[in-house]
Ligand binder design. Structure first.
Ligand SMILES: [Zn+2]
Length: 347
């Protein structure tokens, strides 16, 4: 009776990399103003999208096929859709807005301003943004031989506390920028306008597969973006209990020299964080440096235990990062921030 989720939302590479950065950056930089607001923005975006995912998952319509976030290539550009819904008769694009405060939308000036804590900020016109995604998707579909399916767009404001002011009282705007709470009613309204099937069950399945194959999550180089060098980062494996580093490699386990905590798997997080921040591959030599172990045999056993994909043989062997969509989602970081959406968040 409920929709089928073809692709479940995963944390963006950027969000995963910020979490890795908080684990790897020296303690005195963890609250740095260059990184904290960016992390919070990315986290609020993810939380808001999950609010919409939840609302959509309860929409009583079994013929909806949902992609919770997808990034496709329309050569030479990429375009990203927050939520994509396929049906046999119509496709929906949801552009999700996660900001708080008051939105003033002026449909004549095509301008959105956000007022929060007394300050005013100009944002991109979300209706135009959604229309641009529609144009990109039409192009992508045409290149996959699909021409005749209508595409509807909705701008969904994720948090109920955000106030939407339709400055010109434009009736179209009420149908285009909506609250997450009214998502079901708007989908009902749009769905009733598209009753004729444009896709067969087979062509819909093929399209789902082509979309999954075409999904190319963005990778962000946070270290370069923020000019972060080795002097800002910790060395070795940090203790997950007291955050001191490096843990010492004893026989088949890691031990913290500060609090004496013992771990058999502490190296895994360090290797995954290397993939998020530094490089998508790892050699035995890099691994020894990363974990601060001397023995190539030990490094081999440690990486080997992680079931990473690999290429090359013997000393030339290279281990590869999990794909972004397959990356472990755990998010323990050695710092806490007040989440200004805490009341509405699913967490
Ligand atoms: Zn410790």
């Amino acid at each position: 009776m409920f929709p089928t989720t073809i692709k479940h939302r995963k944390k963006s590479h950027e969000l995963l990399a910020y979490e890795a950065l908080f684990r790897r950056i020296l303690e005195q930089y963890r609250q740095h103003e260059a990184i904290v607001p960016e992390y919070k923005r990315e986290k609020a975006g993810y939380d808001g999208e999950r609010n919409v995912d939840y609302k959509l998952s309860t929409y009583p319509h079994k013929d909806f096929f949902i992609f919770q976030g997808i990034r496709l290539k329309n050569s030479p550009f990429f375009f990203q859709i927050d939520t994509l819904i396929l049906t046999k008769s119509v496709i929906y694009i949801l552009e999700i807005k996660n900001q708080k405060g008051t939105f003033n939308y002026d449909s004549e000036q095509r301008q959105l301003t956000q007022i929060v804590d007394g300050t005013e900020k100009s944002l991109k016109d979300p209706i135009l943004q959604a229309e641009a995604q529609r144009g990109h998707l039409l192009g992508w579909l045409a290149r996959h031989g699909i021409f005749n399916i209508p595409i509807e767009t909705l701008v969904v404001v994720a948090y109920p506390s955000t106030i939407i002011e339709n400055v010109r009282e434009d009736p179209d705007v009420y149908k285009k920028i909506i609250h997450n709470e009214s998502l079901h009613q708007h989908l009902d309204r749009l769905d009733s306008r598209h009753t004729r099937d444009k896709l067969t069950t087979t062509s819909l399945k093929k399209l789902c597969q082509a979309l999954l194959d075409g999904d190319t999550p963005l990778r962000t180089d946070l270290l370069r973006q923020h000019n972060i060098g080795p002097q800002h980062l910790i060395n070795g494996v940090p203790c997950q209990r007291c955050h001191q580093y490096p843990m010492k490699r004893l026989y088949k386990k890691w031990q913290c020299p500060n609090c004496s905590a013992v771990s058999t798997r502490a190296h895994e997080r360090t290797i995954l964080d290397h993939f998020l921040l530094h490089d998508i591959t790892l050699t035995n030599r890099q691994c020894r440096e990363l974990l601060q172990v001397d023995s190539p045999r030990t490094a081999y056993l440690l990486i080997n235990s992680m079931n990473l994909s690999r290429s090359g043989n013997n000393s030339a062997r290279i281990y590869h990062s999990p794909l972004i969509n397959d990356f472990p989602q755990s998010s323990t970081i050695p710092v806490t921030f007040k989440n200004h959406f805490a009341k509405q968040s699913l967490d």
